[in-house]
Design a protein around this ligand. Sequence first.
Ligand code: ZN
Length: 335
Amino acid sequence: MEDCKSDQPWDFNQLFERLQSLDPGQLQKVELRCRELRYSIRSHDAIHSLRAEPICPRCGFSDSVKNGHARGLQRYACRVCRKTFSHATDTPISGLRNKGRLAEFADCMIQGLTVRAAAKKMGISPSTSFRWRHRFLEDAVHHQARARPGVIEADETYFRESGKGSRSLGRPARKRGGAAMGKKASGKKAVVKKVAVLVMKTRGAPYVADRVLPDMTQKLAMPVAAQIAGKGATLFVDGSGAFRTVEKDLGIKTVSVAVAYEGPVKMTPYGAAHVQSVNNYHERLKTWLNGDLRGVSTKHLPNYLAWMRMKEWFKDDAKAEDFIVTALGKQIINT
Ligand SMILES: [Zn+2]
């Protein structure tokens, strides 16, 4: 890339002039190549935007020299410990080949392409597409809202346990709408295992934290409340038991909202008594996961929750660069 930029201007003019002698097939090739190069520049700029001065991930010193390229990335050799590394070493994307295509793949995610559609567009296999998607999301799982002030609504929603996408399901495959949905042959209702997704959302602000919990118990919910609610926060909960001792044990003001109450919203000194912001968030989450994506595996649910947080944070303005620096471990949401 640097070579192109440093070329003499007349070289460019000459090249530009020559374009008119190309036939449509050749022009299309040039178009595709330009698109590829633009994505490559964006990918590398995003990766290198994180640390201008390369720091050795092994010993922590920033005394290194450039040492060729590998997997489409500049490599450095540490002069202290003599190891080589790149800006992606020890990050979720370290194992991904061809880092120059990261921005293109990120754009597929932003456009909401399925694993298969992204694979087709990128000319990669569906399994690679699936792996890339999750490498992009892995670090974002931890990019949660923390120690927030203000009104925080906390409520859980449930997702059916699913082994979708796993190679060995560990149980007989279930047909869509099969036995587990309704009744077993014996006439007894089958038990559908579910996991709880606790969402804590700041009212009137884009801060969101979430956790996948095997169940909504006091023991599991309390540490989450302690992490998310900061000084001066008021917790609005739907009256479920999991939060009933938060105020006493953690000193966080907690307002319990009656679930079955259907009258006009009551006012409290801390704000309107409802958990509508978090319930609306649940709705959007379910529409996306269960509707658009037709269900996701429980194993990958935290990754999708992270993706949802990114969607909500950036609205329609997410850029490929945002996804790349997030994949590399920089928290840019909930900040
Ligand atoms: Zn080193």
